[in-house]
Write a new protein. Structure first.
Length: 270
């Protein structure tokens, strides 16, 4: 793997996904993954397993490896590796329960950082910026800010949403925009940990938060979204035409299958 040039203004044509095995994807994940291949010819597709993720952290961010290994379950590590991947290579990250409905070329010029908003009730607003789909150009300093925020919370024994997932991401987004802690101070500290070719590109990250209908037309926090999710969990997968008709304004849709949550327990290893 080589470090991607951080000078490009376009989001690279690459898609990153991760699962515990590269050869044994569940049928529904394989179906949704094929939608990315069908809609985005010419893209690079990276499907990594847990060992790939750890090797990547060890190679590019050895100073984070002890923290990475100390997380109590794989979901924490799967959350974190996506921020590091987007920082180094840029491109798109998508959970494996995400269906691609339209070519991603249409948003390549909307970098630096693309996030999406999900509709939530007021009590769930902390989950309104999911980390299920994200995109960026390489070496955006915002990802370093997210990583630093996560590192500061890493010893808290709470659910992954709080310290590696969407709650963390939203907090980091608000803090980065609000300047507390000061991004320049945080990024300066992070630069000292990085080898020279991994330094962030100059300037603030331009962050665009897309409206819910673009990436998150299904919300697990409303009745319609819950009904769609339950149907999907029963195995009633939507064909491309069905999904396109149901979500005409969407290029992507995540179905929130919650594969990382196994009964009352988190997946702790492969």
């Amino acid at each position: 793997m080589t470090v991607t040039d951080g000078g490009s203004r376009l989001i690279p044509k690459r898609i990153f996904q991760t699962w515990k095995s590269k050869t044994e994807l569940p049928a529904n994940f394989a179906y949704w993954r094929s939608s990315f291949l069908d809609k985005n010819p010419g893209y690079q597709f990276d499907l990594w397993d847990d060992a790939d993720n750890r090797a990547f952290i060890a190679r590019y961010f050895p100073w984070f490896l002890m923290t990475y290994d100390a997380y109590p379950a794989e979901i924490y590590r799967a959350d974190m590796v996506r921020y590091f991947y987007l920082y180094v290579f840029g491109g798109f990250y998508a959970d494996l329960d995400t269906q691609c409905l339209k070519p991603l070329d249409q948003v390549l010029d909307r970098g630096g950082v693309l996030l999406g908003r999900m509709k939530t009730e007021p009590a769930s607003v902390h989950h309104s910026i999911p980390n299920a789909i994200m995109a960026s150009t390489p070496r955006e300093e915002f990802w370093l800010y997210v990583i630093a925020y996560a590192a500061a919370l890493s010893e808290q024994l709470v659910r992954p949403e709080e310290i590696t997932g969407p709650v963390l991401l939203r907090k980091a987004l608000l803090a980065y925009g609000g300047g507390r802690p000061r991004p320049a101070d945080v990024i300066g500290e992070m630069r000292r940990l990085l080898r020279h070719d991994l330094h962030p590109k100059p300037g603030w990250s331009a962050i665009h938060v897309l409206q819910p209908e673009e990436w998150y037309p299904v919300s697990w926090d409303d009745e319609q979204g819950q009904a769609i999710r339950k149907s999907i969990l029963r195995g009633d997968l939507l064909s491309p035409s069905q999904a396109g008709e149901l979500f005409p304004s969407s290029s992507l849709v995540t179905y929130w299958t919650g594969s990382w949550f196994v009964g009352p327990h988190l997946r702790s290893s492969t």
